[in-house]
Design a protein around this ligand. Structure first.
Ligand code: B12
Ligand code: SF4
Length: 519
């Protein structure tokens, strides 16, 4: 039996780890099965994806739906079903429950909600035996998808029965992907109202440390991969485990760098030093909002003094790029609160002048979250079943439009000053006395001054500009001296600012065009 697992990813640097764990699981547990994993990006055309999938027809197709790419997945299924009417089609992934049963009717045979490894094995075993799969709690027919919405299904607490796609040799795309993805556990100890962590887990479930060390040892010593990104929700969830893992990474490392998500306030100085020595190139931490009431309603809290202290420590004591998330569209948050959050991030800096990288994004209200359950009726969302916030009791549509100006300005800067964007905003803030959000807004307004800039802003999807060759080409043609003009528009001419900006432009221009070095 031939099985093709398909994922339409956000960009060409990410593959679907889930498709590979599913493939490894099927190969271990279903005799005689052949599995092909196909990774595409949301920027590829529907036709290209269809041609490539059908280059090697299969008996079973499994589509992974995530990151809001359900529409593109449905377009593929429509053509696939016409070309391969007898194939069995499965739909899974975290966004499966955002699809409408009527849109899936006639296109998919089964939907899998939640973790998919055992459900896939179950279906494949039944198909191999020529029988219909017996009911399973997270396996539903498309027409029953609505019933599965919001449920948290099929969670097992020990994950060692899920084979490693790396140790089993199922993942074979080391040349294509610079970064290899790894999970050491699933789920989260927090339960933020807006979050649908991966598979909507209620409890944390993990791989044994022996398994984690075996997998890491293989990637670090045998494959010597360039970069590993941990998909764990909070890498430093347990201080002892974190220390042990970091010490392992330091001992076994032959030049690999790491990326992970951390709770900034839970770090201590000793762990921060280990983080630097372990060669973490980037850590991402969630601030989301500086408004205490917003955080309380979202099931979170923050100690801003400790956050600042640890941000400074990471910036001063390591070379790690500290990325800080700010979310637009949370319950209770106003546009001014979002602005205050971005501006707070703009005030963080080490004594050595290093600054963090803000990551701005709009809340995608997922039907499996508590936020959706509680507030969907009060929200206007850009989507049929969940989606990004357009308006809410605390946000008007014009607030959202302004959010996108801040967002585009931030991305425009990220595209034109990939290595020095935070230093540049530091200079602009210092010499113009503007907050970071105002600087970003001014950047988008500046891009709008030319007809080409306006057109590119309006006609391209900027969320994944790094994977869009056309957008990257456009950004590369922009003379970076625009930053000098912008500085002048924002405040009085200061020779120190001009000198500092010219030095940053020179650094960007001599650095070459390695797209992987974008922040
Ligand atoms: C990697 C990742 C990304 C990558 C993209 C990955 C890709 N392939 O395209 C990047 C970094 C680009 C990214 C971006 C964003 N992401 Co993201 N991302 C993740 C992350 C960390 C890992 C996904 C993963 O591979 N998990 C591991 C695998 C094993 O799990 P899985 O894919 O879910 O697969 C399992 C099941 O779903 C199921 N399954 C999956 N497919 C199929 C198919 C079949 C046939 C079957 C049977 C079963 C099945 O079985 C699998 C095994 O159990 C998740 C968090 C998480 N831990 O899952 C967030 C997560 C999915 N992302 C999230 C968010 C919010 C974003 C951003 C908006 C954040 C931002 N800062 O901008 C952006 C959006 C970008 C965009 N353009 O839309 C949220 C989604 C929330 C939501 N939908 O409302 C998550 C859950 C993180 C969170 N804690 O909130 N992300
Ligand atoms: S947003 Fe982050 S901390 Fe909150 S529940 Fe999701 S993964 Fe955990």
């Amino acid at each position: 039996m031939k099985v093709t697992l398909i994922s339409i990813n956000c960009n060409d640097r990410h593959y679907s780890l889930g498709s590979y764990t599913l493939a490894a699981m099927a190969l271990r547990n279903v005799p005689g099965v052949e599995v092909r994993v196909c990774n595409y990006t949301v920027l590829q055309t529907d036709r290209h994806i269809l041609f490539d999938v059908l280059a090697r027809p299969a008996d079973v197709y499994g589509l992974s739906v995530h990151h809001g790419h359900g529409g593109k997945g449905l377009a593929l299924l429509r053509d696939l079903k016409r070309m391969q009417p007898r194939a069995t089609i499965l739909v899974g992934g975290i966004d499966a429950i955002t699809l409408q049963p009527e849109d899936l009717a006639g296109l998919a045979d089964f939907c899998v909600v939640g973790e998919g490894e055992w459900a896939l094995v179950h279906v494949l075993r039944a198909l191999a035996a020529g029988t219909a799969p017996a009911p399973l709690d997270n396996l539903v027919r498309p027409e029953d998808l609505g019933l599965a919405s919001g449920v948290r299904l099929a969670q097992h607490d020990t994950l060692d029965d899920v084979p490693s796609p790396y140790l089993d040799g199922v993942f074979d795309a080391y040349d294509r992907y610079r970064t290899v993805f790894l999970e050491t556990y699933r789920g989260c100890v927090w339960n933020c109202t807006f979050c649908y962590e991966g598979r909507g887990r209620r409890r944390v479930g993990g791989y044994s440390m022996d398994r984690v060390y075996e997998e890491l040892g293989y990637l670090l010593e045998t494959r010597r991969v360039r970069q590993i990104e941990f998909y764990d929700t909070i890498f430093n969830v347990d201080p002892d485990r974190t220390r042990a893992l970091l010490e392992f990474l330091i001992r076994k490392n032959h030049g690999t760098s790491f990326i992970g998500e951390f709770m900034l306030e839970w770090l201590d100085d000793e762990t921060i030093d280990l983080l630097g020595r372990a060669n973490f190139a980037m850590i991402e931490v969630g601030l989301q909002s500086v408004n205490e009431e917003t955080l309380r309603r979202s099931g979170r809290k923050v100690d801003l003094d400790r956050f600042r202290k640890n941000a400074e420590a990471v910036l001063e004591r390591t070379r790690t790029n500290l990325c800080i998330d700010a979310m637009y569209g949370l319950e209770h948050d106003s546009f001014e609160d979002f602005r205050a959050t971005v501006d707070y991030i703009g005030t963080l800096a080490g004594r050595n002048g290093r600054r963090p990288t803000p990551i701005l994004f709009v809340t995608n209200v997922h039907p499996g979250t508590r936020f959706f359950e509680k507030r969907a009726d009060d929200l206007t969302l850009a989507g049929g079943n969940g989606g990004t916030v357009l308006a809410s009791p605390s946000l008007t549509l014009s607030d959202t439009q302004r959010f996108y100006e801040v967002f585009y300005g931030h991305l425009f800067l990220r595209g034109t000053f990939p290595r020095t964007m935070n230093e540049l905003t530091g200079v602009l803030q210092q010499y113009t006395s503007r907050g970071l959000s105002q600087v970003y807004e001014a950047l988008a307004a500046f891009l709008r001054l030319t007809p080409e800039g306006r057109m590119v802003l309006e006609q391209s999807d900027w969320t994944e500009f790094r994977s869009s060759p056309l957008l990257r080409f456009f950004l590369s043609t922009i003379d970076k001296r625009y930053a000098l003009e912008l500085a002048e528009r924002l405040g009085p001419r200061a020779p120190e600012a001009v000198a500092a900006i010219e030095a940053l432009i020179a650094r960007e221009e001599t650095a070459g065009a390695d797209r992987h070095s974008y922040p």
